[in-house]
Design a protein. Structure first.
Length: 174
């Protein structure tokens, strides 16, 4: 239990936006699944190359080779570049938000909205070295508290303790 509300105000930087994306993606797709996808793609690509060297390459095997390169890594790079491009092209959309956590609720407010949720509506909290990520069920990001806003105070411990009191799943990530 906390005696007074924890209120944190800030505006995300590009690195923090990429961190938010990375940790949210890691909640949805585990690195082991990504690795398995990469191994299967490499095996398929190797079989196609060996078959193509023995015979002739046509359009279909080349297309399949491109897909084998895209699925394990290409979509991650495209997603990363899309986020960077959106952040740089639309700086007016990156606005300051305030997250307020009390014993009863979690509130988020900015110029465009005010939202208050009870703790039982929070799906999980991801505790990462670069900050805390609050997720709605099943894996939709609610907000990201970067580490720079948690340095010099005991907010991280208080927030994790508050989440544990309300039986919120706390996921530790490296």
């Amino acid at each position: 239990m906390i005696t007074e509300p924890i209120s944190i105000t800030g505006k995300l930087t590009l690195d923090e936006t990429l961190d938010l994306n990375r940790y949210c993606l890691r909640c949805v797709m585990r690195p082991s699944i990504q690795f398995l996808l990469g191994v299967v793609s490499i095996l398929i690509a190797t079989a196609i190359v060996l078959k193509g060297v023995a015979t002739h390459f046509t359009h279909a095997p080349i297309f399949i080779l491109l897909l084998c390169a895209y699925y394990p890594w290409g979509w991650l790079m495209l997603r990363h570049h899309r986020i960077v491009r959106h952040y740089r092209r639309h700086p007016e959309k990156i606005i300051e938000h305030t997250a307020t956590l009390t014993n009863d609720s979690v509130s988020i407010s900015c110029v465009h909205m005010d939202m208050r949720l009870n703790w039982d509506q929070i799906g999980s909290v991801v505790s990462a070295p670069r900050g805390l990520l609050f997720l709605l069920p099943p894996h939709a990001p609610l907000f990201w508290l970067p580490q720079r806003l948690l340095v010099g105070n005991n907010y991280r411990e208080a927030i994790l303790e508050l989440a544990a009191e309300h039986s919120i799943l706390i996921r530790q990530m490296a």
